[in-house]
Design a protein around this ligand. Sequence first.
Ligand SMILES: Cc1cc2nc3c(=O)[nH]c(=O)nc-3n(C[C@H](O)[C@H](O)[C@H](O)COP(=O)(O)OP(=O)(O)OC[C@H]3O[C@@H](n4cnc5c(N)ncnc54)[C@H](O)[C@@H]3O)c2cc1C
Ligand code: SF4
Ligand code: SF4
Length: 382
Amino acid sequence: MEESVVNRGQSGLRAKVLDAGLCTGCGACIDICPYFRTYRGKTSALFPCIVEEGRCFAWCPKVEVNLDELSNRIFGGPYDGLPLGSLKSLKASKAGPEAGSISDAQAGGTVSALVTFALKQGYIKGAVLTDREGLLPLPRYVDSVDDILRCASSKYTAAPTLSAVNRAVAEGRRDIGLVGTPCQVLASALMRSNQLQRDDFVDPFGLVVGLFCTWAVDYRLFEPFIAARISPERVKKIDIPPPPAEIMEIFGEDGTRMECSLEEIRPLVPEGCAYCIDMTSEFSDISVGVMEGRPEMNTLIVRTDRGERIVDEAVSAGFLEISDMPPDNLEHLTWAAGNKKKRALLRARERGIINSGGGKEPSYLLMNAEVLTRLTEEERGR
Ligand SMILES: Cc1cc2nc3c(=O)[nH]c(=O)nc-3n(C[C@H](O)[C@H](O)[C@H](O)COP(=O)(O)OP(=O)(O)OC[C@H]3O[C@@H](n4cnc5c(N)ncnc54)[C@H](O)[C@@H]3O)c2cc1C
Ligand code: SF4
Ligand code: SF4
C-alpha cells in the first residue's frame, strides 16, 4: 500500500489549522513568505505554495506542538501539565517609581516597566508589542521608551503580533523582546527551538514576557459590536474585571463608561481559543496577569534564569515593586488555569486532535499519554 505523504507546509497548515477552525491569528505564519496574509484579524493563504516543509507549519501553535520537546528545551524537563507551568517564583507586582508614569497601563504596569528596564539595560535592543488603531490591533517593533508606553494596555482582540517579529528578524534584528498572549508565546517557543534543523538558526529573542489569557475576541465580530455602542476611535480603554463581575467595561475618551455582559461577548471568541490549554503563558521567561481584587496590581510568574535576573535587577533599580501573593489569589489562579487546561484537553481529545500514542499524522498536540490521562481525570487543577 502506498504511504500517504504528510505535508508540513502551506497545504498541511490549511488543512489542519485554517480549515479546521483552530487559527487564532497569532501572526507566526505571516511575513515569512509572500503567500500568507492577515487582514482585519483573519489569516488567509493568498496563493498556493508547494513547499513540503515550511516555517509557517513549524511555528504554528495549533499544529504538531510537541509539549515534551519544548518543555525539555526551555525548562530542562518533560511537560508535566502543572496548572501554572514550570516556575521559579510567583509574586504580586507593580511598576516602581523609576519606570515613570505608565498612564495607560492595563493594571499595575508591570509589563511596560519590565520591557522598559530590559531595553535600558541592553537585555533587548527593541520589542515587539501590540498597539491599536481604533480597535484594530497593530503589531509593532519599538525601540524607545515612549513607544513602549504608547503600546501599554490590553487589546482584547486576537492579534497577529508575531508578524512583527518576522519582519524584525528579516531586517536583521536580534535580542528582540516580545510581549504576547499564551498562543503567541507558544509560537515563540517553537521559533526558538530550530524546528527545521537549520544550520543558520538563531534564537531572535532576548526576553519573552507572556500575558495571562482566558480568551480573545475576533476583530471582525468585535468591531461592529462596539461600533454599535461607541465609535471605536473614541475608545480609551477596555477592561474585563475578574469574576464574579461577568462584564466587559468600555471607557470612552470623554470619560464615559459602559458595560456589556460576557454572555454577549463569548460568541465573538474564535473557535481556536476553546482548545487552548495555557492560561498563563507557560513557555515565557516571565508571565504577567491581573490580580483579582487588586486592579492596580499584577500577578507575576518568573520562569527562567534570564527572567529571574531581569526581575531581580528591575526590583533593585526601582523599576518594579514586588510583594507576596495572597494565598486565596494563588489558590483561585491555580484552579482557573487547571480548569482551562482540563476543558481544552477534553474538547481536543474528543475531536481526536491530540496525539499521545505515536501516530504519524500531524495533530494539534503531541503529549505523553499518562499526563493526558491525569489532566483530564483530575477533578481540580493541582
Ligand atoms: C487578549 C487578552 C486576554 C487577557 N486575559 C487575561 C485573563 O484572563 N486574566 C488575567 O489575569 N490577565 C489577562 N490578560 C492580561 C492583562 O489584561 C494584562 O495585560 C496584564 O495583567 C499586564 O498588565 P500590565 O498593566 O502590566 O500591562 P501594560 O503595562 O499595560 O502592558 C500591556 C502589554 O500587553 C501587550 N498587548 C496588549 N494587547 C495584546 C494582544 N492582544 N496580544 C499581544 N500583546 C498584547 C501590549 O503590547 C503591552 O506591552 C489578558 C490580556 C489580553 C491581551
Ligand atoms: S494560529 Fe498563527 S501560525 Fe497558525 S495559522 Fe493561525 S496565524 Fe498562522
Ligand atoms: S485563549 Fe489561547 S488561543 Fe485564545 S487568544 Fe488566548 S492564548 Fe490565544
